[in-house]
Design a protein around this ligand. Structure first.
Ligand code: ITT
Length: 211
């Protein structure tokens, strides 16, 4: 097995999602990494042709690392609803359509849950999953994945965060991600609990790639 590699110097954050970008910047901030976004560099969005979160994270990180000739950090993530056999999963962004209408995507999930008679919280369990990949221009990869378990609520609650946050109630909590501050959702100790899927995956990545 090859050695892990540390992140030093400049890093591209290979996302075009402003909500994710903000979270990834906040997660990197304590490590003093100089982060520049794919949008700031004018990098194109690669097609996500993978069939897993990890494969798509790798596609995004490798495309940005090659184009920018810098290490690149990508996240592929999504919401997997148990009663819907893991949907929308890797298609979570695509369910919101061209206009990125997540209110409509949450309503679609709710319609499908109602069709299945999933009204009890125990029938409405879901996970947020995050696969993180750092790719270097020479092809070296570091990859981690994590999830957070929760329940879907209806109607959605709160306006913080992005995407499906207002519908997701993490286990052991009374407020949805949409009702939490950014520190509560993804802050790392000592400020936060490292609650979200992305925060948990980032902790794993930091252990192997960051000082
Ligand atoms: P990039 O590929 O440019 O990073 P994207 O939005 O297309 O941006 P994904 O393909 O990984 O990213 O799609 C993940 C979707 O899953 C994202 O658009 C959100 O709707 C949802 N999602 C992921 N993490 C989330 C979170 O922390 N809170 C709410 N929704 C989340």
């Amino acid at each position: 097995m090859s050695e892990h590699r540390r992140i030093t110097g400049r890093l591209v954050i290979a996302t075009h999602n402003p909500g994710k970008l903000a979270e990834m910047r906040e997660l990197l901030a304590p490590y003093g990494v100089e982060a520049v976004s794919a949008a700031e560099l004018g990098l194109p969005e690669p097609e996500e042709t993978g069939t897993t979160f990890q494969a798509n994270a790798r596609i995004k990180a490798m495309a940005a690392a090659t184009a920018a000739q810098l290490p690149a950090f990508a996240d592929d993530s999504g919401l997997a609803v148990d009663a819907l056999d893991g949907q929308p999963g890797i298609y979570s962004a695509r369910w919101a359509g061209e206009t990125k209408d997540f209110a409509a995507a949450m309503a679609q999930i709710e319609r499908l849950l109602q069709e299945r008679g999933a009204t009890d919280p125990a029938q409405r369990t879901a996970q947020f999953v995050s696969a993180l990949c750092v790719a270097w221009p020479d092809g070296h990869l570091e990859e981690v994945e994590a999830k957070v378990d929760g329940t879907l609520v209806w109607p959605p609650r709160g306006s913080a965060g992005f995407g499906y946050d207002p519908a997701f109630l993490p286990d052991g909590h009374t407020r949805t991600f949409g009702e939490m501050t950014s520190i509560e959702k993804h802050g790392l100790p000592p400020l936060g609990l490292g609650l979200s899927h992305r925060a948990k995956a980032f902790v794993k990545l930091a252990e192997i790639c960051l000082a």
